[in-house]
Design a binder for this molecule. Structure first.
Ligand code: ZN
Length: 211
C-alpha cells in the first residue's frame, strides 16, 4: 500500500469484523460516483492488491486480472445493496462471481481434531477472489453477511458494517449520506406540497474526514 497516500477505505468508521473486512475493503476501493478509484491504474492497484492478499507478491498483474477484480467488486457491491434493503441483484450482475466460483478448485481437508476445512487451491487472482467467496459463505451461515451493507445513497454505495443494535442502519455515515438524503426527500416533499413532519435525527458518528 502506498504509505504516502491516504485512502478512506484504510480507516473505516464502520469496519466489518475480520473475515468480511477484506470484502468491505475491496468494495470500497472506489469513491463513487466520481471520486478516486484505487484500482484504476495498475501501478496503484498492484500494491493494494498485494497488501490485501488478492495478488501474490511475485505475480504479474495482467489487465485481465484487474478487470476480473473490478467486475467482482461491483458484483459484491450489488449483493451489499441487497443486504441494505435495496433490490436483489440482476442475474447478469452476479456473472463475475459465478465465473470465479466455476473456476475455483476447492479442497476439503480434515484437521487433527476432525474439523473440516475448506480452502481454495491455486495462487492466481481468480483463486484468491474465490477465497473471498468462502468468507461470504461462512458469513451467510453465521448471519454476519446481512450486516455488511452498501450505503442507501445510490450515488455513494460505500460498504459499511451495520453494528447498530437493531441492525437497521442504512447509511455509510449519517452526517453525510443520511442527512443529505433526508434533506433531499424533505425538499422533494415540500416541492410536492405535502406536509412535512420533521423528525429529530440523533447525531451519530462525525462525518468521515475525507468523505
Ligand atoms: Zn454513503
Amino acid at each position: 500500500m502506498t504509505a504516502d497516500r491516504y485512502w478512506p477505505g484504510d480507516d473505516e468508521t464502520k469496519p466489518a469484523p475480520p473475515p468480511l473486512r477484506r470484502i468491505q475493503a475491496l468494495v470500497n476501493t472506489v469513491e463513487r460516483p466520481d471520486g478516486a478509484d484505487r484500482l484504476a491504474d495498475p501501478a496503484d492497484a498492484r500494491p493494494w492488491l498485494v497488501a490485501n492478499e488478492l495478488l501474490a507478491p511475485s505475480s504479474e498483474l495482467t489487465a485481465a486480472d484487474l478487470e476480473t477484480v473490478t467486475r467482482t467488486r461491483e458484483s459484491l457491491r450489488a449483493l451489499l445493496v441487497n443486504n441494505g434493503g435495496g433490490p436483489p441483484p440482476a442475474p447478469d450482475t452476479l456473472a463475475p462471481l459465478r465465473q470465479i466460483a466455476a473456476a475455483a478448485a476447492v479442497r476439503t481437508s480434515i484437521g487433527r481434531d476432525g474439523a473440516v476445512a475448506v480452502t481454495v487451491d491455486g495462487d492466481d487472482v481468480t483463486s484468491r477472489l474465490a477465497g473471498l467467496l468462502l468468507a461470504v459463505r461462512d458469513a451467510q451461515r453465521d448471519g454476519s453477511w446481512s450486516l455488511l451493507k452498501a450505503c442507501g445513497n445510490d450515488e455513494c454505495r460505500w460498504a459499511f458494517y451495520d453494528a447498530s443494535r437493531n441492525h437497521g442502519g442504512l447509511w455509510c455515515d449519517m452526517a453525510t449520506c443520511g442527512n443529505k438524503l433526508k434533506n433531499r426527500e424533505f425538499r422533494a416533499r415540500r416541492r410536492a406540497g405535502t406536509t412535512v413532519r420533521t423528525g429529530a435525527t440523533p447525531a451519530q458518528r462525525p462525518a468521515h474526514p475525507s468523505r
